[in-house]
Design a protein. Structure first.
Ligand code: AVI
Length: 327
């Protein structure tokens, strides 16, 4: 059976302090991690089904078409370190081609990993599995408990493949992405020869494709964005009224990023225990950036992070790329 270790827990007092500081900042902001309460995670799943939101299905098609070619780069029996594993579905689809020797699924909550990993273990009984409850956005490194687990399963010297699909790297700014990729490189380099990173990246493209992907006709992304306010209310005890906030999403060509905001519908004061903020009519709360990359710029970023020359696979329209870069 998989083993589970909870390293970090969402600490409510720290989250409240972070939220209050963000709401009082100029301009006000709330980090995208606050999208993902139970309803927010379901709304994100719904987004991936929308005709306008191409990244998830485009990446899945790339894995389906080029999985065998990827398997020629990723050494067999590597330890697959799945960042933000969630329901482990993307890694599960690659198990038959990548044939990992061990699987480490990293997510902030091990409870979320438990069912999915239990099922995956049934199908791959001989692959040792570890669920790590960890906030890797703060710092990505295997904790001592994972090193111990690798030793016990004779995997300490196995190559390591960091798997980071979904273009989640896009939700970090380029400086933060470099830090995270450097840490991923150190994690791979500490394993056996042949390891590296397999990472999904959304590409720069026409605004006419990008903007509807973040502002769909059904309003699912708008609901996802506004739901953040309900999550903030639950965590902070604030009194945001979601109906008084308008979803705003646009592509900033110069910065190659989608920005998402919530704009105040009329002047209003939001209150929470120990604080309040007055929002002017139209004033925005910044909730997310989603950076888009050219293959050249992302390859340069991987090199700067310490990786060797990258290979990437893309779809027929060149909208999304999956990169493999050796450590
Ligand atoms: C999770 N992340 C990669 C998504 C993205 O495309 O940046 C989150 C998202 N935000 C709005 N729609 C989807």
């Amino acid at each position: 059976m998989p083993e589970f270790v909870q390293i970090h827990k969402n600490n409510d007092a720290a989250l409240r302090a972070e939220l209050a500081a963000g709401l009082l900042a100029e301009p006000p902001r709330a980090a995208p991690k606050f999208f993902y309460d139970a309803l927010g995670s379901r709304l994100f799943d719904a987004i991936t089904e929308l005709a306008e939101y191409y990244p998830t299905r485009t990446e899945a098609a790339i894995f389906a078409a080029h999985g065998a070619a990827m398997a020629q780069r990723v050494p067999p029996h590597a330890v697959l370190v799945d960042l933000g594993a969630g329901n482990c579905a993307k890694a599960a689809r690659l198990f038959p081609v990548l044939r990992p020797g061990g699987y480490v699924a990293v997510d902030i909550s091990v409870d979320y990993l438990r069912d999915a990993m239990g099922e995956l273990q049934q199908r791959h009984r001989h692959v040792p599995m570890l669920g790590l409850g960890m906030d890797f956005s703060a710092r990505l490194a295997l904790p001592p408990a994972a090193a111990d687990w690798l030793e016990r399963h004779d995997l300490a010297a196995a190559p390591r493949c960091v798997f980071y699909p979904g273009s989640s790297i896009g939700n970090f700014d380029p400086g933060e992405s470099l830090v995270l990729l450097r840490q991923a490189h150190a994690l791979c380099a500490a394993g056996g020869a042949g390891g590296g990173i397999l990472i999904g990246v959304d590409r720069v493209k026409d605004k006419a494709v990008l903007e509807p992907a973040y502002d769909d006709a059904l309003g699912v992304t708008a609901a996802f964005n506004r739901n953040l306010l309900l999550n903030v209310n639950a965590l902070l005890g604030s009194d945001f009224a979601p109906a008084r906030w308008r979803h705003v999403a646009f592509y900033d060509e110069a910065a190659s990023r989608i920005e998402m905001h919530l704009a105040s519908d009329g002047a209003q004061t939001v209150r929470w225990p120990g604080g309040e903020r007055r929002f002017a009519d139209g004033e925005r709360l910044h909730t997310e950036d989603s950076h888009k990359w050219t293959p050249e710029a992302f390859e340069a970023l991987l090199r700067e992070a310490g990786f060797g020359p990258a290979t990437h696979w893309t779809d027929g329209r060149g909208w999304f790329s999956v990169f493999w870069a050796p450590a």
